[in-house]
Design a binder for this molecule. Sequence first.
Ligand code: ZN
Ligand code: ZN
Length: 275
Amino acid sequence: MMDALAQSFPWLQYVVLLVVGAALVGVERAWPRRPGQPETRARWVVNVGLYALGLLLLALVVEPLQTAAIRIGSLPGWGGLGAAPLPDALKVALGVLLVDGLQYGLHRLCHAVPLLWQLHQVHHSDEAFDVSTSVRHHPLEVLALTGLNLMLCAALGVPLLSLLIYALLLAPHSLFCHSNVAIPAGVDRALRWFSVTPDMHRVHHSVRMDEGHRNFGMVFPWWDQLFRSYCAQPQDGSERMRLGLAQEQTLAAGDVPRRSGLWTSLWQPFTRPPR
Ligand SMILES: [Zn+2]
Ligand SMILES: [Zn+2]
């Protein structure tokens, strides 16, 4: 049964992505948090184009590895969490928490290791912040992080069901966290007890480095609190703060920004110095 679930899982994930994505696009157009963001169409071509190339790379390279890693991780008697003397439901819940902790750690690594930052900065170079920003990742970053994540999950014996539940949780949550949806301040505060919100994650996209290196969490907000990387509000306020990379916004008059276009974004990691 688990194998059948694992096989149909990618399609289930895409259906969830499409439904949640379409709903959020509608809501962010009706109630935008930051009205008048930079034009949308060209950004969407780049962001969705990067996503499609990332998927292609995963299908070619990681899919076979993923299947193997998941199977190894789900074998009875394998070490780590899978073999812990705990009730199955608790192991699955702990597994979901563990995978989210790994995501947090890997995201911090992307900001700390120059080679990974070169790839990850493509995500940060978006000067607007909406649903499409969530899928703006360089394909090589997707490949590197998926590979690292799977190896760590297999080594820690994360149950297969935890991986599937987390993946189904992460995809729509990432769309939500990047959405330009206006959420009342009281609701945002309440949500932050157990979930990352758009106002919280937008701080991570600030052009200011002291804010850009905060709020690494993507699903649960507790890791940022625990490891002291939490920033509640941007200095300039959620509506006025500037987004993107600093070097893009310090161009001399007449200079043409290099951010536009899919090819430019693909080439970006090999042309920019680390921040
Ligand atoms: Zn980041
Ligand atoms: Zn982001």
